[in-house]
Design a binder for this molecule. Structure first.
Ligand code: PG9
Length: 649
């Protein structure tokens, strides 16, 4: 028996009447579903048989209407919280007869029962208005009709509470990546009904540490690949994407594609042709300037009233840096009723589906994705939106952890009451001559250096084989191909006689010089497996895990920003200078028999754009500007290069 539900496209005036009919529909649907409910859980099974879909155009305070889908449970013997996802990536399928196969962040949410809400953000797909890429939060609104994403979220929640029956007056937001950005935004000046939010890989600082720039280095392949498919829509709402035909690279070899493309300016001139303002803005704002400052979310985390679950992946190639920083900012604010960081051995969004037992060539021997969804994500929302269960408390540990994180190396979940852990001790990994690396400070005052020729026309590859520009799991790849190159310096400890666990940020303190007037320095922290480490069985990829050099954390730094991310300074050729920066957090155990390795190089292509190694505006560089440079890394003595780490157990 099919239920015909009138297509609900409405203006705010007619919405009142429609909502009355909505309540009627739900009560009859409830009767229908009550006699027909035979699924094991309250709302398990086909979405279409347990939920009714509605579509609304919700008016914002400035009159712009945001296209919003509501999936309301047919069973109305209880009231339900809203669970909202706001996205620039379309809420397809459109039309009230076309249903999603799953509602919410996992199947368990569908069967548990929420009022699921999906919304095209302002200016995207079916919503009216103008889209701003990574929109800024307005500290001061100019009047009652002034808006930003905080007010859009507030107005949406206010409307839903008043117009959708059988709600329990509570709201949650969640999302991964861009939707995670909007979930984080919902925390700012939050509606009082917003009781729980889970920003996941939330693009918290795209200008430094997330998608666009890392310490001044532009993530070329990732952003080129994203923005060729993310053009401006134009003023008219549409169910269809504004993207044209899929971009044809013409090769599987991203290294060759981007090298042949030449200087960064060619991407604009040859591909984007000044028609994608989002790309143009990114490239134009290569300093951490007033374009980026208001786009960072962490500085906006004040006086929160919402419980927060910040989620990220240790191997997230797109939005890693900002995730722990968002958690720290919320923690320092201290107002959120709960704030927990969850980090697992995941690539971008890898926790959302599947078992996440493996990533790249790594095997974590446990279904980390299932564990997260069932034991962390669902309990979090049940607790704060339905007063059900104990949330993140466990039988063994009644406290809500500040961090529930997966330790790579030992492959185990750990809970901490602070992050980084309180018992973490600051240690340093000192580079020394002969390619040595030691936790013991160098003796004597002797300072040495190692050098290499950095040729921007033969940059160090990101991959050891032909492949795409930024594989989602590149952070787990074997680095042996790089350690064999003359333009990569390698330092490593002796095989460890005991386990060493590093937790939290890794802070390179470099003492370097260049014969040019600018250079990039890429630091890679690597776990070197013993030669007798077993290959996987079965071994379809023919991996050789003995001697595997697993990237634990890698990050580039554009040297001209060593004293300020907004005021670049040239190097004096040949004169040593200090570069200190923070690499995103880790929780990794180097097991006995393994070695700790540090690699240093001056390009990482096409992950990051090439540095001409000449102090200039790189977006305007011409092919003739790219010059070779002799790079020196100094070690030993009082100021020798080292990496500060936090060691626990
Ligand atoms: N992190 C992705 C992205 C957002 C904005 C620009 C470039 C990439 C995303 O998946 O949303």
């Amino acid at each position: 028996m099919s239920r015909t539900i009138p297509r609900i496209f409405s203006t705010s005036l007619r919405q009142k009447n429609l909502v009355r009919s909505l309540a009627f529909l739900l009560s009859t649907a409830a009767a229908f579903s009550q006699t027909n409910t035979n699924s094991p859980g309250p709302l398990a099974g086909e979405v279409r048989s347990n939920y009714t879909k509605f579509e609304f155009q919700i008016p914002m305070r400035d009159g712009v209407k945001l296209f919003t889908q509501v999936y309301a449970p047919n069973l109305t013997n209880e009231s339900y919280p809203f669970l909202i996802q706001r996205t620039p990536y379309s809420i397809s399928p459109y039309g009230i007869t076309n249903y999603r196969g799953r509602l919410g962040p996992s199947e368990a949410f569908t069967s548990e029962g929420f009022i699921f809400v999906y919304q095209d953000v302002r200016g995207r797909f079916m919503s009216e208005g103008n889209f701003v890429d990574m929109p800024i939060h307005k500290e001061h609104l100019s009047g009652p009709a002034d808006f930003d994403e905080s007010t859009d979220t507030y107005d949406t929640i206010e409307w839903l509470l008043k117009n959708v029956p059988h709600n329990n007056g509570r709201v949650g937001t969640y999302g991964i990546s861009y939707p995670g950005f909007y979930s984080a935004f919902s925390l700012i000046n939050a509606h009082p009904a917003l009781k729980a939010a889970s920003p996941q890989a939330p693009m918290a600082d795209v200008g430094n540490g997330d998608d666009a720039y890392h310490n001044g280095c532009y993530f070329l392949a990732a952003n080129f690949g994203f923005y060729v498919g993310f053009p401006p829509r134009g003023p008219v709402p549409s169910q269809r994407s504004a993207r044209g035909p899929r971009f044809e690279y013409g090769t599987d070899d991203a290294y060759d594609f981007y090298l042949r493309m030449g200087p960064l300016a060619n991407a604009e001139d040859l591909v984007f042709k000044h028609k994608n303002e989002y790309w143009t803005d990114l490239v134009e704002h290569w300093k951490y300037d007033d374009f980026w400052v208001p786009r960072a979310l962490s500085p906006r985390m004040h006086n929160l009233t919402t419980a927060v679950l910040v989620v990220g992946g240790w191997f997230d190639a797109e939005d890693l840096g900002g995730t722990p920083r968002l958690f720290q900012a919320i923690d320092q604010d201290g107002h959120a009723p709960a704030n927990t960081l969850v980090m697992g051995p995941w690539s971008h969004g890898g926790w959302g589906r599947g078992d996440a037992r493996k990533l790249g060539n790594l095997n974590f021997a446990t279904n980390t994705g299932v564990f997260f969804r069932d034991n962390i994500q669902l309990p979090f929302f049940l607790k704060y939106l339905k007063d059900k269960g104990d949330g993140l408390k466990t039988e063994k540990d009644p406290r809500i952890p500040k961090a529930w994180v997966f330790a790579t190396g030992t492959n185990e979940w750990r809970r901490y009451d602070a992050w980084p852990p309180k018992n973490a001790a600051k240690r340093s990994l000192y580079l020394a001559s002969g390619g040595k690396l030691s936790l013991t400070p160098p003796t004597g005052k002797a300072e040495g250096f190692d050098e290499y020729l950095s040729d921007p026309n033969k940059p160090v590859p990101e991959l050891g084989e032909i492949g795409e520009g930024m594989p989602g799991d590149y952070m787990t790849y074997d680095q042996r191909f790089a350690s064999e190159r003359p333009d990569v310096l390698v330092y490593q400890t002796e095989p460890l006689d005991h386990a060493i666990t590093i937790a939290g940020p890794v802070t390179p303190v470099l003492r370097v010089s260049t014969s040019g007037t600018d250079s990039d320095f890429v630091v890679k922290l690597i776990d070197v497996y013993p030669n007798d480490f077993p290959d996987p069985s079965p071994n379809p990829r023919g991996l050789h895990m003995g001697g595997y050099q697993q990237l634990v954390r890698g990050e580039p730094f554009r040297g001209k920003f060593r004293n300020s991310m907004s005021r670049p300074e040239p190097f004096k050729p040949g004169k040593p200078a200090k570069i200190q920066f923070i690499m995103p957090d880790v929780l990794h155990t180097f097991l006995p028999g393994h070695r700790i390795m540090v690699q240093i190089q001056s390009s990482w292509f096409p992950l990051t754009d090439r540095n001409p190694q000449k102090f200039m505006d790189i977006p305007n560089a011409k092919a003739s500007d790219f010059q070779k440079a002799i790079e020196r890394v100094y070690h030993g003595g009082a100021d020798g290069t080292h990496l500060d780490v936090l060691v626990i157990d």
